[in-house]
Design a protein around this ligand. Structure first.
Ligand SMILES: NC(=O)N[C@@H](CC(=O)O)C(=O)O
Ligand SMILES: [Zn+2]
Ligand SMILES: [Zn+2]
Length: 344
């Protein structure tokens, strides 16, 4: 049987939610990942180091017995984030990034930034201290087509921001377009990107196969095939700028299968297996370890994990539903097969 041994990966973009939802999803990530960058879009958002410390304690307490999983915390940037909070975050040792959500761009982003330059004092403190800015890169203007929001963000926000603060470390999160992949590849070493498994595996046709498919709806929304191919090319290029970030984003089944369904796909239960499929399809399994286990820690200035995982080429069926408060959780590929299985 074909096997694949990798240094244990990390997830550089993850939604763990809180309370009972946290308890339901965390074991999936603990089984696979050494660490994860934990997104701060709770209700209310995690805007202070004190709130991040408390959230971190709740995550640590919810880990299964014996798990060494380490949550890497983030702050949610607002128009009013003070530079003092940034310096406190850097000094904490457990806050590893600050998240920019353009106001209204995605799930729980109502408190997000209305104009990036309103947050300039905080951004200057980040450039100074080396704390990375993690970016949901979509403009929200009503006149911009939803499929163009990422490409327009590059021109309207990313370029002016980096022109103003050229040394700021930036992670362009969950990139979905050729434009973003090319922008990051051409940028200096302080600019990197995460790529999800679902954007490597699916194009926007997946939203409409035989009818509307709410479990394939996420933000940024899936794009055309040419964009998926550009993401695969970037992820498998060997460039250290691209790394694994699942953007696994659980929502109860009833809130997705609804007249106004929530954005987000749940992939944490099969994350590394889905990435293995995408890399295998591209004939690039030899590039998976750098993408999943080495490039992220290098960018964040952390060591790679000290242990390994093993994947076996053995098909298994993803459960139709998982336990989740407020109903159930429908993972990506629910009831369907995945070609690789994580051993143990
Ligand atoms: N990706 C999503 O579609 N949803 C995320 C938010 C985000 O990452 O934009 C969520 O928190 O549900
Ligand atoms: Zn996002
Ligand atoms: Zn996300």
């Amino acid at each position: 049987m074909q096997t694949l041994t990798l240094i244990r990966p990390d997830d550089w973009h993850l939604h763990l939610r809180d309370d009972a939802a946290l308890a339901a999803v965390l074991p999936d990530t603990c089984r696979q990942m050494g660490r994860a960058i934990v997104m701060p879009n709770l209700k209310p958002p995690v805007t202070t180091v004190a709130a991040a410390a408390a959230y971190r304690e709740r995550i640590l307490a919810a880990r299964p017995d014996g798990s060494a999983f380490e949550p890497l915390m983030t702050l949610y940037l607002t128009d009013n984030t003070r530079p003092e909070e940034i310096r406190l975050a850097k000094a904490s040792g457990f806050v590893h990034g600050v998240k920019l959500y353009p106001a209204g761009a995605t799930t729980n982003s109502d408190h997000g930034v209305t104009d990036i330059f309103k947050a300039l004092p905080a951004l200057e403190a980040m450039a100074e201290t080396g704390l990375p800015l993690l970016v949901h890169g979509e403009v929200t203007d009503a006149d911009i087509d939803v499929f163009d929001r990422e490409a327009v963000f590059i021109e309207r926000v990313m370029k002016p921001l980096l022109a103003k603060l050229p040394t700021l470390k930036v992670v362009f999160e969950h990139i979905t377009t050729r434009e973003a992949a090319e922008f990051v590849a051409a940028a200096p070493a302080n600019v990197a990107a995460t790529i999800t498994a679902h954007h490597l595996l699916m194009n926007r046709n997946a939203l409409f196969v035989g009818g509307i498919r709410p479990h394939h709806y996420c933000l940024p929304v899936l794009k055309r095939e040419q964009h998926r191919q550009a993401l695969v090319k970037a992820a498998t290029s060997g460039s250290a700028k691209f790394f694994l970030g699942t953007d696994s984003a659980p929502h109860a089944k009833g809130t997705k299968e609804a007249a106004c369904g929530c954005a987000g796909m749940y992939t944490a239960n099969a994350a590394i297996e889905l990435y293995a499929e995408a890399f295998e399809a591209a004939g690039a399994l030899d590039k998976l370890e750098a993408f999943a286990s080495l490039n992220g820690p290098a960018f964040y200035g952390l060591p790679a994990n000290g242990d390994r995982i093993e994947l076996v080429k053995e098909s298994w069926t993803v459960p139709a539903e998982l336990a989740y408060p407020g109903g159930s959780l429908v993972p990506l590929r629910a009831g369907e097969g995945i070609a690789w299985r994580l051993r143990g």
